[in-house]
Design a protein around this ligand. Structure first.
Ligand SMILES: Cc1cc2nc3c(=O)[nH]c(=O)nc-3n(C[C@H](O)[C@H](O)[C@H](O)COP(=O)(O)OP(=O)(O)OC[C@H]3O[C@@H](n4cnc5c(N)ncnc54)[C@H](O)[C@@H]3O)c2cc1C
Ligand code: SF4
Length: 482
């Protein structure tokens, strides 16, 4: 078995990649053997219970017990092939799925109090091994269909559609407003959770398979939706959700009160070795600062853990509900606490203090939980007279994201949206209100998970393929009749 990981040539070198290569070189046969033994040991804990709740609670319905059994028997290649059959990026989901809420949280061994099989880690291990061993096949496009599709957005939903449609023989063009593909895999999720070379080697495989990427191409600025519809036989909108939810409090405009995604993108760009003026001048660097992150979701967790790694003096996370009612993963909270983050539960920012235009502190109001609101969750209420001040040199707003106004942005007023601003699709066809325009991922679901984006990409590919086949047949009939 090879002792070294290999990395694709993605046309550039960057510190994280070099560091990873160095670590790979240091990866001895002993630790390799240990990793194999660990994966086999975990896999052999699967009781093959016959009621695979793990699979039913995996959005991809991965054949988990079967690939665990193959791993336990040391048949890693077959395990990989089975896992790869239902997922376009198993090593990525294995790293970043909230398994405690999905497959592992529904393992019968977990129910019996003995701790779940570590399904995500095994999935990561077998697919990483497949890359090392050269078992990951290149894309071999099917017979050319003579039809082309345009994918707007190179996140996990768009990349999945691109992969599966190219394999079926379509010409595929992917448009993204960023300079690198991957969506939030590249510029949202921090490198300590998802190493960037893991994402880039997937992208490299897609490029090698003939998928054409148009970087720095923003639909709405560089083309309208109609322009793309004229270029392609079908379109998939997979643009994610990027409008940050605002905080309405005096002083929120002070310098040093920043958006979570600006902060995370800057940090991820540094990981690639890019020049990032707003990081280099200190504005988006937490080093030596008292950092306050506002929010209780996974984005907030990524911000606090990034700030710790950048060498912040202190990191506090303000959340207006209590620990039991926070939306983020409890596992992430535990990790963050172990790393030194202080959680301030039942607390919300009332105002931001500044010194010469730069934030200097947060006026915090204590909250308590009142009666359930329309969503069924107990609504936070202000505890009058409870305000106090926290010092802060950097405040990161991480309250979540809503969809941008796509009909306006795309100059397509007839593109129907829901009352939340997500794209309205027919759930049978996965088509929007516009003929031949499909949609997938967060722009349909609202802020969700990578594994759901992959699932949507898979489903849209099937529906789109069926639709394109009918269209091609109708065209052929018309031609024959003419
Ligand atoms: C900070 C953060 C951390 C997260 N951590 C996790 C995690 O640990 N595990 C997990 O499962 N999920 C996590 N998520 C959620 C997950 O990343 C998303 O659910 C998933 O990426 C959605 O995939 P998508 O393909 O729909 O959209 P995205 O990944 O958002 O990709 C959309 C792409 O569309 C492009 N785009 C947008 N508008 C245009 C336009 N007009 N023209 C051209 N291109 C455009 C964007 O540049 C982007 O590349 C996290 C989210 C955030 C914000
Ligand atoms: S894709 Fe996610 S939920 Fe499904 S098996 Fe893998 S880690 Fe579990």
């Amino acid at each position: 078995m090879a002792g070294m990981l290999s990395f694709p040539d993605v046309g550039q070198d960057y510190p994280e990649k070099r560091a990873a290569e160095q670590r790979a070189e240091d990866f001895s046969e002993i630790s390799r053997a240990y990793a194999v033994a660990k994966a086999e040991e975990q896999s052999s804990r699967c009781s093959q219970c016959g009621v695979p709740y793990c699979s039913t609670h995996c959005p991809l319905h991965n054949h988990i017990p079967d690939w665990l059994r193959l791993t336990a028997e040391g048949r890693l290649r077959e395990a990989y092939e089975l896992s790869n059959a239902t997922s376009t990026m198993p090593e990525i989901c294995g790293r970043i799925c909230p398994q405690d809420r999905l497959c592992e949280g529904n393992c019968v061994i977990e129910f019996s109090g003995h701790g779940a099989v570590t399904i995500g880690s095994v999935e990561k291990f077998i697919t990483d091994t497949a890359w090392e061993e050269g078992w990951v096949e290149p894309i071999v496009p099917g017979p050319a269909k003579g039809q082309s599709i345009g994918v707007i957005g190179a996140g996990p939903a768009g990349l999945t559609v691109a992969d599966l449609m190219r394999t079926r023989g379509y010409d595929v063009h992917v448009y993204d407003r960023h300079d690198r593909p991957g969506g939030l895999l590249t510029y949202g999720i921090p490198g300590f959770k998802l190493e960037k070379h893991i994402v880039m080697r997937r992208v490299e495989r897609l490029e090698a398979g003939g998928i054409v990427f148009h970087h720095n191409f923003e639909v709405g600025r560089d083309a309208t939706l109609d322009d793309l519809r004229a270029r392609h036989d079908a379109i998939v909108v997979a643009t994610g959700v990027y409008k940050p939810r605002a905080i309405k409090a005096p002083g929120v405009g002070a310098g040093g009160v920043v958006e979570a995604l600006d902060y995370l993108i800057a940090s991820n760009r540094k990981g690639f070795g890019d020049a990032v003026p707003a990081f280099d001048d200190g504005s988006l660097d937490a080093k030596g600062k008292n950092v306050v992150v506002v929010g209780g979701g996974d984005t907030a967790m990524d911000c606090v853990r990034t700030a710790i790694r950048q060498g912040a003096s202190s990191v506090k996370c303000l959340y207006r509900r209590d620990r039991a009612n926070m939306p983020g993963s409890q596992r992430e909270v535990k990790n963050a606490e172990e790393e030194g983050v202080e959680f301030v539960w039942l607390a919300a920012p009332d105002a931001f203090h500044d010194s010469k235009g730069e934030v200097a502190g947060v006026q915090v109001a204590k909250m308590r939980l009142g009666d359930p609101d329309a969503s069924g969750r107990r609504a936070p209420e202000r505890d009058a007279g409870s305000e106090y001040r926290l010092d802060a040199d950097l405040v990161i707003k991480a309250l979540g994201f809503d969809p941008e106004e796509l009909p306006k942005l795309f100059n397509a007023p007839e593109l129907a949206v829901t009352r939340w601003g997500t794209l309205r699709v027919d759930h049978k066809t996965m088509m929007t209100s516009l003929d031949g325009v499909f949609a997938a991922g967060d722009i349909v679901r609202g802020a969700s998970l990578v594994v759901w984006a992959v699932r949507d990409g898979r489903d849209v590919s099937e529906r789109m393929h069926a639709w394109l086949k009918t269209k091609a047949a109708a065209r052929a009939e018309e031609k024959a009749a003419a």
